[in-house]
Design a protein around this ligand. Structure first.
Ligand code: SF4
Length: 227
């Protein structure tokens, strides 16, 4: 990838971020603190798409920070990738909220919000053209594969994403963090299978990358991720 091409992509993403920041197509556009457009390597082989910013992401203006972000970084590390090696975005760029007893609380983006925001996501995919897309969680999966997509039954198989890019779906790190006991063990195993598949697919598509040598690690080691 030439320096010129990298610079072109960076400029295109900056322009997209500026347009998203000015966008008020949804009510949540007026409620959020920061527009969370996305971040990472504009020449990444792997692009991750989550559902939407939460409270911490909204406050910091960055995707996947906090506990879910820590786990995501462990997941990436398990297949030999750093956060800086990938591009991370969400289906919506503004934090979806609803009124709770103690103020605003996070919620999943609704279909209208995801439809409104889809041009920004499509533009990111078009600019980056990753070799592999990884959808994190059911809302992201449904945004690509339709509302009837059932993550528990259908995840783990390769799908065709936008621009025919290979797309895999796995569980959202925040969902993984909510599991306990045997369910946690089972979900960890499934996520690990998905990560290995992603690593292998990237290796196949980019022969110059080191061959898959990811070792299974405990994604949950360390007290800061699961208390
Ligand atoms: S979620 Fe997307 S479409 Fe909706 S206001 Fe925010 S940037 Fe605009």
């Amino acid at each position: 990838m030439s320096l010129e091409e990298r610079a072109r992509r960076e400029r295109a993403l900056q322009q997209g971020a500026a347009r998203a920041s000015a966008c008020r197509a949804c009510a949540i556009g007026a409620q959020r603190r920061n527009n969370v457009y996305g971040e990472g390597d504009p020449c990444a082989d792997l692009m991750l798409v989550g559902e939407g910013p939460g409270e911490t992401e909204d406050r910091l203006g960055r995707p996947f920070v906090g506990r879910a972000g820590e786990l995501l970084e462990k997941m990436l590390g398990a297949i030999g990738l750093a956060r800086e090696d990938v591009y991370i975005a969400n289906t919506v760029k503004c934090r979806p909220t609803s009124q709770g007893e103690r103020g605003l609380k996070n919620r999943a983006p609704d279909p209208a919000e995801m439809a409104n925001c889809r041009p920004f996501l499509d533009e990111q995919i078009e600019i980056i053209r990753p070799r592999v897309l990884l959808a994190l969680g059911a809302p992201a999966a449904k945004s690509f594969l339709g509302p009837s997509y059932a993550i528990t039954k259908q995840r783990g198989r390769w799908e065709r994403g936008p621009l025919e890019i290979p797309l895999l779906v796995t569980f959202h790190p925040a969902y993984v963090l909510r599991q306990t006991g045997g369910e946690l063990t089972a979900v960890k195993r499934l996520v690990w299978d998905d990560l290995k598949a992603v690593r292998s697919r990237i290796d196949e598509l980019r022969a110059e990358l080191p061959s898959a040598s990811a070792r299974q690690v405990d994604l949950f080691e360390g007290p800061s991720v699961v208390e």
